[in-house]
Design a protein around this ligand. Structure first.
Ligand code: UDP
Length: 459
């Protein structure tokens, strides 16, 4: 596998310079969201399916509500999966054939990307779609987008979702693919028309660890705040069979060592013998790495004498999650690295305060001392103290929960976030359109400078 991989990286480094798009924006612009490994219609909460899938789906749906046509491209992972799924009028998932139609972990997907590019071009030709812009997600899709950009001259926006240089910063033996990922992550920052950082921390990491070049705009992730705030605590507890006076500590997410479930379990052991229940919400696939992590956590729970108070719920659908969030007294997000962390804002939207590690995007979504607490990562004692202080103080818990709900509604609703993303798209498609006029109409240098300045001030 080494040779094709190296060739691919070379072809990336030598890729042709940008050419302007020949499609003027129209009244119903068509946008292509590309998420090679994160199917927006997949079951969320299992290995490989998490925040990215939700981000792409929610953004696609919100843009469609604003009158855009959105196609969300992903890789087919099963022979029975339909090629096209319409999620709402104007919003579709398109599954392309690239490599075997089976689950492939993201670390092994790189070699199938050229096939993905060809399948995308084939789809575009077959259907005659004229996309005004591509928005890529995660470094694998970045590679695909850079190829498409170099061939078609489309404007490209990119969202990282995770940065290899941060993820592998303290990892002794990073996977082989890490070096290639790093190269692609630099290329995309320098060559995309805009990179969307979901938090100021991510923007800083990109500047410090990846490149000083390239344009970054900070736009957070958004969620459907009404959906997550739709159930009251009383109803939720009745629905889930949880006693009104139980103290519920909640974790929601994938089983991945970087999520820090171990720290949470150790913190809970420190809380004994107080009465509480620990709900660990998230699923795994038996053949996946997350299954091993869940088993490791189960063993730890048993070793620390927590089995009687711990509930492993398995994967919970997005439809049922609001009840779990509302039923929790507090939600803990104990990650060691978290580029954004949708779970924190979902819990707060349900009116549940959050105790999170003081890392990544969580530093900007959880307001310490107002919507919950931020604690150092990997510090089970500090986490135990924070949990204890909230559980013991129902008035504080209630006021943090109320503040959390208001905060998320004002900052992180999908509609508000999609408006910002849409404005960015519009300025770029306008940018491309005007660049073309500049080139074809031979404007005077002075007029050209004025137009360029006007465009720059728009974003
Ligand atoms: N999730 C879910 N069911 C589960 C566990 C998690 O639907 O059983 C969803 C959760 O609602 C959230 C996403 O998975 O939208 C996790 O996103 P986050 O950004 O917190 O973490 P990531 O998985 O992207 O690392």
């Amino acid at each position: 596998n080494t040779l094709p991989t190296l060739n691919l990286v070379k072809s990336l480094e030598n890729s042709a310079p940008e050419t302007p798009n020949s499609q003027p924006p129209n009244s119903q612009p068509m946008y292509a969201l590309i998420s090679v490994h994160g199917d927006p219609t997949a079951e969320i909460g299992k290995e490989g399916a998490g925040g990215q899938n939700v981000y792409v789906r929610e953004l696609g749906l919100a843009l469609a509500k604003r009158g855009c046509q959105v196609d969300m491209f992903t890789r087919r992972e099963h022979p029975n999966q339909e090629e096209i799924v319409e999620l709402a009028p104007g919003c579709r998932t398109i599954r392309l054939n690239a490599g075997p139609a089976e689950f492939i972990s993201r670390n092994n997907l790189f070699e199938y990307l050229p096939e993905f590019v060809e399948a995308w071009l084939d789809f575009q030709q077959r259907t005659g779609r004229n996309y005004a812009l591509i928005h890529t997600n995660y470094w694998l899709s970045a590679w695909v987008g850079l190829e498409l950009k170099s061939r078609l001259g489309l404007p490209q926006v990119h969202t990282y979702h995770s940065i290899g240089a941060v993820k592998y910063r303290n990892v002794e033996n990073p996977p082989q693919i890490a070096a290639i990922r790093n190269c692609v992550e630099r290329a995309i920052l320098e060559q995309a028309d805009y990179v969307i950082s979901t938090s100021p921390q991510e923007a800083e990491d990109l500047r410090q660890l990846i490149s000083q070049h390239g344009r970054i705009k900070v736009i957070p992730c958004g969620i459907n705040t009404e959906h997550f705030g739709s159930v009251s605590k009383e109803v939720a507890r009745q629905q889930l069979g949880i006693a009104p006076d139980s103290q519920i500590i909640l974790y929601v997410g994938r089983f991945d060592p970087r999520k820090g479930v171990e720290t949470l379990v150790r913190a809970c052991a420190n809380l004994l013998p107080s009465a509480f229940q620990l709900y660990l919400v998230g699923g795994c696939r038996e053949d996946g790495a997350d299954f091993k992590e869940q088993q490791r956590i189960e063993t730890l729970v048993n070793d620390l004498g927590l089995e009687a108070v711990t509930v492993f719920t398995g994967r919970i659908s997005q439809a049922l999650l609001p009840a779990y969030y509302a039923a929790g007294d507090i939600c803990v997000v104990p990650s060691y690295y978290e580029p954004f962390g949708l779970v924190a804002i979902e819990a707060m939207a349900a009116g549940t305060p959050v105790i999170a590690s003081n890392v990544g995007g969580l530093q900007h979504t959880v307001v310490h001392g107002e919507t919950g607490f931020l604690v150092p990562p990997r510090d089970s004692k500090a986490l135990a103290i924070a949990i204890h202080s909230l559980l013991q103080n129902p008035t504080l818990k209630q006021s943090y929960g109320n503040a959390a709900q208001n905060w998320v509604q004002s900052r992180f609703s999908t509609q508000g976030v999609a408006t910002q993303v849409h404005e960015l798209y519009q300025s770029l498609t306008l940018d491309t359109f005007v660049q073309e006029i500049i080139q074809t109409k031979k404007l005077t240098p002075d007029l050209e400078r004025q137009i360029q300045n006007l465009l720059k001030s728009k974003v």
